[in-house]
Design a protein around this ligand. Structure first.
Ligand code: BMP
Length: 456
């Protein structure tokens, strides 16, 4: 156990208040260039870009994890330079996923610790004796940390590695590691690990690009989320990191309680369903019946109210979108002491032929409320109807974002989507609480991921 590493992690986190560890895996392959000068230039340019990136992300992420692609690409001298430039801002973890005999592990570890890494990751599967033990003893001599990899995030990890999770966790713990690497895509493993070893730090990869939602591993019990491509490959990494931090904080609402109540009252189901759009979906969210369950209805409408208050959003009226958005919007408006109107599904065939029932005065700011958003079609129709009556729409609010392009489509119209949870997060909760099987969980998450790709 390295008190220094644990303290370093705690000190930096105190300053940044960020539970993100950046996985620094930029695409690099200088060996594709055959001219030595070009190769060197490529390395120096990459190192300079990384230093700029780390300067930009200062205060937004707490740790940086560097893996073999970057070490191969830059060489350890340049990695050492990067670490020493940013030593005060981050803790640095090396991720060689070590898995050799102890003697070799120790040779590798000595070099990695000497260039400045604060901790490294080793596969628990190599076992303690003549495996992890040599690294842990070296780490103790050099006052560094060791993290035990006990499961992995990709689907194939379920074929063998993750089946042995409990044994591997016990090995890592007995070896005296300072932290565990546990995948966000298998959230029940995080929860059981935290229960068994509450004081050992858990680092969870697999959020963002690999499918688990931001904040979901933390909610399951992890201490840090390891995030790579979602930040590194974004054209504006610092802006993206800020958004992700916000998203992580937003998961602070009673997602667990709401998810449980939704499942109990069968307002969310897993199976085969036809959506309003005609598309098929392996899960279904239907909040039309929520007013029949007072506990759930109160929980949901209170969550809308709390979120609006905490964001300090101001508006003149609330418009509910038929069908489920009408009772929810009406109660939220009542709780906030605001006037209410609603948007019909179809125009009236007589009288005004309007979609809108209620009053809008020209120039007023209208908050739209619905239960869930898929691609944003119904919300866009509502926005248009409100604008035709002279109203302004800055925000639309839903309980669940099905992550199929709704937020992006609204943004194109200048409207910001506020969602209390993503569908991935909801499905994760159902899985953790035993409402759905591992197979169903994987099927739904895969569907959500694939529909996202279709949209983008
Ligand atoms: P990304 O957010 O781009 O998917 O990156 C995840 C990072 O976490 C990568 O550096 C990868 O090597 C690492 N990782 C993982 O994805 N799954 C695991 O099970 C263990 C890991 O270390």
């Amino acid at each position: 156990m390295s008190k220094t590493f644990v303290k370093l992690v705690a000190d930096i986190t105190k300053r940044t208040d960020s539970r993100i560890v950046l996985a620094l895996d930029p695409p690099i392959n200088p060996y594709a260039l055959k001219n030595p000068e070009e190769r060197l230039r490529e390395r120096l340019n990459t190192a300079a870009r990384i230093k700029n990136l780390l300067a930009e992300l200062d205060g937004l992420v707490s740790g940086v994890k560097i893996g073999l692609p970057l070490i191969f690409g830059l060489g350890l001298d340049l990695v050492e330079e990067i670490i020493s430039t940013h030593r005060k801002s981050y803790f640095f973890i090396c991720d060689p996923k070590m898995a050799d005999i102890g003697h070799i592990n120790r040779l590798e570890a000595a070099q990695l610790f000497d260039v400045g890494f604060d901790a490294l990751i080793i596969h628990a599967a190599v076992g303690i004796k003549g495996g992890i033990d040599e690294v842990v003893s070296l780490a103790e001599e050099m006052d560094k940390g060791v993290l035990g990899l006990c499961a992995m995030s990709h689907p194939g990890a379920g074929e063998h590695l993750n089946k042995h999770y409990n044994e591997l966790l016990e090995i890592a713990a007995k070896a005296g590691v300072d932290g565990f690497v546990v995948p966000a895509t298998y959230p029940h493993l995080i929860t059981s690990t935290k229960n068994a070893y509450p004081s050992t730090i858990i680092f969870s990869p697999g959020v963002g690009t690999q499918g688990a939602s931001f904040g979901s591993a933390l909610a399951a019990g992890a201490d840090y989320e390891i995030i790579g491509r979602s930040i590194v490959q974004d054209p504006f990494p610092a802006v993206r990191a800020r958004e992700i931090l916000k998203e992580i904080k937003e998961t602070g609402i009673d997602v667990q309680k709401i998810a449980l109540a939704l499942a109990k009252h069968r307002c969310v189901m897993v199976g085969e369903f036809k959506l309003t759009s005609g598309l098929m979906s392996p899960y279904y969210i239907d909040l039309r019946a929520t007013p029949s369950h007072q506990d759930l209805f109160d929980l949901i409408t209170s969550a809308y109210v709390a979120e609006l208050k905490s964001r300090g959003i101001s508006f003149d009226r609330i418009a509910g979108v038929a069908t489920a958005g009408v009772p929810i919007g009406a109660l939220v408006a009542y709780k906030l002491n605001k006037p209410f109107l609603y948007i019909r599904r179809e125009e009236r065939t007589h009288g005004t032929k309007s979609l809108i029932e209620g009053v809008i005065n020209p120039g007023e700011s209208i908050l739209i409320v619905d239960d869930a958003v898929t691609t944003g079609g119904s919300l866009l129709k509502a926005i248009e109807a409100i604008q035709e009556r002279g109203g302004r729409v800055e925000y639309a609010m839903v309980l669940v974002d099905r992550e199929q392009g709704g937020a992006q489509n609204l943004a194109k119209k200048g409207v910001k989507l506020i969602s209390l949870m993503t569908a991935s997060r909801l499905i994760q909760e159902l899985y953790l609480k035993g409402f759905i099987s591992r197979e169903d969980y994987e099927r739904v998450i895969k569907y959500i991921q694939e529909s996202k790709n279709i949209q983008s």
